[in-house]
Write a protein that binds this ligand. Structure first.
Ligand code: ASN
Length: 612
């Protein structure tokens, strides 16, 4: 018989939250009363006997994506000869499209029962798990020209609320202001660890020839399969960084361009992710959405002959931040004292003005006298930011109540989410450039693969300095091996806190799943590394849905064997100790039964009901 010491049991009781202690007080405690199932499980068992509902979820090895339908052409129909969004039609229409929904699989697996009426599932795909997606349709659906910062806040809040339940998010959105929304969300979503992908179309999905189906399918496949911790925009077989795009065509399916940054992914014969370009948060803080945005911002485009009166009117209170779209590499007339004075007066009074170029490609600089005068007038160089990104960044930064003006200005000139290149000095060969690694590896007569192959060993022995050196040589510390196991998985198994800290600080994702679906958090729990679990939770790590589904039985077995330390670690990791195991009993009930047996406490035993 296992050794149930009173101390360990009481310390578990202390470790458990009050609601859990309340559960210890309930009467339904005895694992031997396995015939008396938890009410929900009893319902499930009886209906499974009726052959209408399986006892356990068949939905293992599935990825889940939340699709937020905000409107846009993708879901529009013609009314009085103009296009407008049509409510409550999108899901019904997708159900009839075999490339976007597998009705047979849905029926066989009781998909609607498990995930709700608005859920759909993609057909099986040669190399990926099933992608189940649930559509949350907004009311009213909007043409994106009608969107405001309040709508961005709503998207952010809905993602935050559902963050732990989904592997990725797709936002269906009109193309007209999609670049603004994508830019704003990229700033609002702090410490993002999962993909958020905006998409839409130029032709409604209800038309015979349309780009909506392909765009939605591509966005779903990427959001469900790859842990790209960015706000992206997927259009015409290409995934872009959301804060780098601009709409460039009103009629082409290829409507967006990212002039200063190569795509994050391309979906042609294969979906190829450009991992070297993927932005990583480099933080150990938890995901949060900052929905506070300042609306006293604006875009002002210079043109030859603009009057000082126009500029003065534009910069008047309550204006707090302006993106000035200048000529070429950030130039303005240096022979227009009146204009420059208006700009200087505004920056002196605390208005933040960002200098962005009107050109589609390239960056602002101070190569010309006509550019230098703007620095003298107190403008901040916007680098190669798009005006959309600069405007939404201003709106986000100006809303930060705890920062003073200087701190806000500093933040505006920093690269926060990959929206600007930090080094404008030109194309230097940097340490993380794959060409550099190739040169070094060649001179040492080793392959780049061999360099990277050292990672697990270094993690095992906890040599963080060597890991740093590897990283500097360009080794990617986030990529998985053949089994999808990332360096973070290895560090979590080993319980090497320093290595875990280092990897997280280098942007390693806590949401990676290996070939068997295991997360780094589950590895740390399995090997009982309490401090690692604490750190991972602080970073926002959580069990995957499959891990949670299977937790009940595992927890009960830990209770049965009196492994209270493991139970505590599971609880620390976010597991619900009241989740029933295969027989309907939960870990708390098992512990309580154990307490009853170990202590022979008649109060516990006879608390309203006798146990066998
Ligand atoms: N293609 C589109 O989605 C354009 C539409 N006017 C919108 O932005 O909502």
């Amino acid at each position: 018989m296992a050794d149930y010491s009173f101390n360990s049991l009481t310390s578990l009781a202390r470790a458990l939250s009050q609601p859990t202690l309340d559960l210890l007080e309930t009467n339904d405690i005895s694992p031997s009363r396995s015939g008396q199932l938890h009410p929900t499980r009893r319902r499930k068992l009886s209906s499974s006997l009726d052959n209408t509902e399986p006892l356990t979820s068949p939905h293992t090895a599935e990825a889940r994506v939340l699709v937020i339908n905000t409107g846009g052409t993708i879901g529009m129909t013609l009314h009085d000869n103009v296009l407008a969004p049509k409510a409550n039609a999108f899901v019904k229409s997708l159900r009839k499209l075999p490339i976007l929904h597998d009705e047979m699989y849905a029926q066989q697996t009781s998909l609607y029962h498990y995930y709700g009426e608005n859920s759909l599932v993609l057909p099986s795909n040669k190399d990926s798990k099933r992608i189940v997606y649930t559509i949350m349709e907004y009311n009213p659906l909007l043409d994106s020209s009608n969107m405001t910062t309040d709508d961005w806040g709503r998207f952010g809040k809905d993602i935050e609320k559902n963050y732990e339940s989904y592997d990725g998010f797709v936002i269906l959105h009109g193309t007209d202001t999609m670049a603004y929304t994508a830019s704003a969300l990229s700033f609002m979503c702090e410490h993002l660890g999962k993909p958020i992908i905006l998409t839409g179309s130029q032709v409604p999905i209800y038309e015979i020839r349309n780009d909506g189906r392909d765009n939605l399918l591509g966005a779903l496949l990427i959001a469900g399969q790859f842990v790209i911790p960015e706000v992206g925009l997927y259009f015409h077989h290409t995934l872009y960084r959301g804060n780098r795009v601009t709409k460039v065509d009103t009629a082409s399916f290829n409507a967006f361009s990212s002039p200063n940054l190569a795509p994050l992914a391309t979906a042609e014969v294969d979906i190829l992710i450009n991992w070297d370009t993927v932005w990583r948060a480099n933080t150990t803080a938890k995901f949060r959405v900052s929905t506070e945005l300042n609306r006293n911002v604006g875009l002002l485009r210079l043109f030859p002959g603009i009057t000082a009166a126009t500029v003065r009117a534009f910069l008047q209170a309550p204006m707090q931040g302006v993106v000035l779209e200048t000529y070429g590499s950030g130039n303005a007339p240096d022979n227009r004292k009146d204009l420059l004075e208006e700009l200087k007066k505004a920056t002196d009074s605390g208005v933040i003005i960002i200098n962005c170029t009107q050109c589609l490609r390239g960056t602002v600089s101070t190569s010309y006298a006509t550019g230098k005068v703007l620095i003298d007038a107190g403008l901040i160089a916007g680098g190669d930011m798009t005006p959309e990104a600069a405007l939404s960044k201003l709106s986000y930064v100006l809303a930060k109540k705890d920062l003073d003006l200087e701190a806000k200005k500093k933040m505006m000139s920093q690269n926060l989410r990959g929206e600007m290149r930090s080094d404008f000095a030109g194309a230097k060969l940097c340490l993380s450039d794959s060409r550099f690694i190739q040169i070094i590896a060649k001179s040492l007569s080793i392959s780049c693969k061999e360099v990277s192959a050292l990672q697990p060993f270094l993690i095992k022995i906890g040599d963080v300095e060597a890991l740093e050196a590897l990283k500097e040589m360009g080794s990617n510390l986030s990529l998985g091996d053949y089994d999808g196991r990332t360096p973070l998985h290895v560090a979590c198994c080993e319980g090497n806190l320093k290595a875990v800290q280092y990897l997280l600080s280098q942007g390693a994702t806590v949401y990676a799943k290996d070939r068997y679906g295991a997360t780094p958090l589950a590895n740390a729990v399995h090997f009982r590394h309490k401090e690692v679990v604490r750190l991972l939770r602080k970073t926002g790590a959580h069990f995957s849905r499959d891990e949670l589904d299977e937790a009940g039985t595992e927890l009960c077995s830990l209770s049965t064997s009196g492994d209270l330390e493991s139970l505590e670690i599971w609880s620390l990791a976010g597991a619900d100790l009241t989740k029933p195991g295969y027989d309907g009993q939960n870990a708390i009930q098992v512990v309580r039964y154990t307490l009853t047996v170990a202590l022979g406490d008649s109060n516990l035993e006879n608390n309203g009901e006798k146990t066998d």
